[in-house]
Design a protein around this ligand. Sequence first.
Ligand code: AHR
Length: 502
Amino acid sequence: MQKASLRVVKDMTISKVDKRLFGSFIEHMGRAVYGGIYQPNHVTSDEDGFRNDVKELVKELGVTLVRYPGGNFLSGYNWEDGIGPKDKRPVRTDLAWRAIETNQVGIHEFAKWAKEVGVEVNMAVNMGTRGIDEARHLVEYCNFEGGTYWSDKRIENGQKEPFGFKTWCIGNEMDGPWQIGHKTAEEYGRAAAETAKAMKLVDDSIELVACGSSTSHMPTFGDWELTVLDHTYDHVDYLSLHQYYGNPANNLDEYLACSLDMDDFIKGVVAICDAVKAKKHSKKQMNLSFDEWNIWYHSNESDKQIKPWLIAPPQLEDHYNFEDVLVLGTLLITLLKHADRVKIACLAQLVNVIAPIFTEENDNESLAWRQTTFYPFMQAAKYGKGTVMMPLISCDGYKTENYDKVPYLESIAVLNEDETELTIFAVNRSREQMTLSLDTLGLDVESVIGFSHMAGHDIKAVNSLTSGDIKPVASDNYQLADGNLDVVLEGLSWNTIRVVVK
Ligand code: AHR
């Protein structure tokens, strides 16, 4: 039996959680849009062709913001192709994924869908094949009241009120050689600064995200951030981070340590932001948008078989297993630990493409279902609102090739807004049971509202249309005596413990 303790002290907090920390991402690729959120012939579809079953699961997941429309797709996209009468919209080649884009879904359709599911849209402008001119026109189209060429076009196309999109990405992964219109840090930094200026001249209420590195393992990581921020620091509000993890070597101990890499990545980017701030004698704090994060590797082989120039091919369709639940849980906890600087984060993506929600291909009848990773995200989004407490953790750990000590316990506590409820998220990386003792200074634990865990499954087990067994279940394996709470965490488990505090 492992032993661990988590101590929180009432006034020792990290930050309030920005609700956009529980964002996600829909790219025009694979079956995310077509055959995912949009499928006109599906039995549940609404009059606009959007699937109501998918909408219900998006709401249940608790997503707060959705980044759109890409991704690599963005860097070859003309947003004007997706407005106006649907039968007049051009069919285009999508060079990023070498697929066919029908443009049957564009800004208007997506914004309506987003409103219905209650999420904010994180819009993006193409910095690959386009730039400053397209970006200013797009902001005018979306956010300007009326009386100008582009805002009147929006009104003509049926949307009187401005969409009022608040957060905008200036391009996507421009550091990546795979990106259409890939740029050096110098080229991107200059272009992003000028584009940002023009966008904010159209609407000074928007917030802008500049591209950081597309993984921390890029050879340009570090230099890219320094150069880009040197140009853009005064004009943008966030710097982006992207990172995907996987277990191709089938090494569970190493896989469970991924969140240590995410932690280092965030700390590194924060350090660079603060160095540029100091160098510029600036008073402004640059915050982070971790606008692509997830597990992505299961579909690598099958993606090699996909033929080019298909409409909505089944790309990046990872089927998530139980070990992915544990890793995703540690990644969520890591994001919460950095809530003071990471204000936006997007689980990439939302439906079918490396996603927590899945629909069956070419099937107009069966309903969308929840992948294993749906649940830790849902619980974090639901109960991770409020203030993140500084976690003082004591536990044993293990050594891997990459890390000297990987703690067996990964955990964080969040105090809700009216300070009546404390939620503890915890992953036990050990294969043994662990007694977790909770010590709360200045907060008396009165009772346990609920303790649920995901545990005891074959680590490679998955959910499917017909079997959804991998989900949280209630546990009563805890003891509360004289305000002291001891919880038994099963070996290899994701846990959510909610207590009433005073
Ligand atoms: O999310 C899938 C792809 O991953 C995105 O298009 C790109 O930005 C990243 O490389």
